[in-house]
Design a binder for this molecule. Structure first.
Ligand code: PAD
Ligand code: ZN
Ligand code: ZN
Length: 374
């Protein structure tokens, strides 16, 4: 057994922005108290990882990215009682400590133990278990899954159904849950309502799945890449529009299509200008806008506050408002029991070593989700 020993394995190390990931041999130290070492089996490529590669998000380097994954427990540290070697798990990019003010609030899914606000890149004890070429390698948002083995805090991992296909349910670790939850939990889309979704990547398409399940009557899909429209329709979009086809603001077009504005608008790109467009496209009495996309570090959104005085609601969430440790196992059960399906989001599967190709497919708009298999 490898328990208690340092594991040497392959990982995709990010030495800095604007350069390819480098497959390196790294050392992964054993888990300390309340930590879990996981053998990653499958991991998806999400735009949030690419935001680090493009330089849009400020993190510490070198770092091991990746946060949408599924794997198997290799060993556990002292004090971990609810997990054992061999358990199937999904790492959680928002932990759920269960004890903090956010965790105790039934309406919040955030946790003060998160690493999403500051990207410190360390575990709860302020260190990491990764080294490469003698250097400390940082963690990414409590997870780091672009590696054969990772170590996470036990508050940042959920045990899942033993029959779950890991190369599919890895998407429950981010893209699917974030989009689906944004519709059903954060917005609480009502039957018969109208929705607009800006950005038709893996997350935006999952918003569409959620809007459809919630019974929305009109689901308008917006993207500058019309290649995305076929999938959007497959998942439930009733109309697809490309802002480039119009010479006036897209919110005006949407207002005409929806008797004055949509009931629910979702920004799933990470563009602060589009966030304002989303807000403007929501109905002036009670229309709700949900920010899902991750804007670049230090970006700001500006808008006329009069937009809010008529009763619009602006909100946002990480991870679709899902309380991670509670909702991930339930969502996996729903997948195993065929109550939900999102297989159509996975357009490409590649061996882990071809990770840079996975990012190229995302950047040139050819993929929805690429799943990397180890
Ligand atoms: P993606 O790159 O697969 O999809 C984005 C889509 O937006 C693409 O289809 C683009 O063509 C489209 N697009 C880009 N610019 C425009 C524009 N100006 N107008 C219309 N469409 C445009 O990304 P994704 O689906 O993996 O992620 C989407 C965003 O959500 C991204 O910012 C990511 O960082 C964020 C995210 N947030 C969370 C969360 O917890 N809030 C989780 C996961 C991802
Ligand atoms: Zn993600
Ligand atoms: Zn907490």
């Amino acid at each position: 057994s490898t328990a208690g020993k340092v594991i040497k394995c392959k990982a995709a190390v990010c030495w800095g922005p604007k350069q390819p990931l480098s497959i390196e041999e790294i050392e992964v130290a054993p888990p300390k108290a309340h930590e879990v070492r996981i053998k990653i089996v499958a991991t998806g490529v999400c735009r949030s990882d690419d935001h680090v590669l493009s330089g849009a998000l400020d993190v510490n380097f070198p770092i091991i990215l990746g946060h949408e994954a599924a794997g198997i427990v290799e060993s556990v540290g002292e004090g971990v009682t609810n997990l054992k070697p061999g358990d199937k798990v999904i790492p959680l990019f928002i932990p759920q400590c269960g004890k903090c003010r956010c965790c105790k609030n039934p309406d919040s899914n955030f946790c003060v133990k998160n690493d999403l606000e500051k990207f410190n890149g360390v575990l709860q004890d302020n260190t990491t278990r990764f080294t490469c070429k003698g250097k400390t390698v940082y963690n990414f948002i409590s997870t780091s899954t672009f590696t054969e083995y990772t170590v996470v805090d036990d508050i940042a991992v959920a045990k899942i159904h033993p029959d779950a296909p890991l190369d599919k349910v890895c998407l429950i670790g981010c893209g699917f849950s974030t989009g689906y939850g944004s519709a059903v939990k954060t917005a609480k889309v009502k039957p018969g309502s109208s929705c607009v979704v800006f950005g038709l990547g893996g997350v935006g398409l999952s918003v569409i799945i959620g809007c459809k399940v919630a019974g929305a009557a009109k689901i308008i899909a917006v993207d500058v890449n019309p290649d995305k429209f076929a999938k959007a329709k497959e998942f439930g979009a009733t109309e697809c529009i490309n802002p480039k086809d119009y010479d006036r603001p897209i919110n005006e077009v949407l207002a005409e299509m929806t008797d004055g504005g949509v009931d629910y608008a979702f920004e799933v790109i990470g563009n602060t200008g589009i966030m304002t467009s989303a807000l403007k496209s929501s109905f002036f009495c009670g229309g709700k806008t949900v920010i899902v996309g991750l804007a670049p570090s230090n970006a700001t959104m500006t808008f006329d506050p009069m937009l809010m005085l008529t009763g619009r609601v602006l909100t946002g969430a990480f991870f679709g408002g899902f309380k991670s440790k509670d909702d991930v196992p339930q969502t996996v059960d729903d997948y195993v029991n065929k109550k939900i399906n999102f297989d159509g989001l996975i357009t490409h599967e590649l061996p882990f070593e071809q990770i840079n190709e996975g990012f190229e497919l995302l950047r040139n708009g050819k993929s929805i989700r690429t799943v990397l298999n180890f």
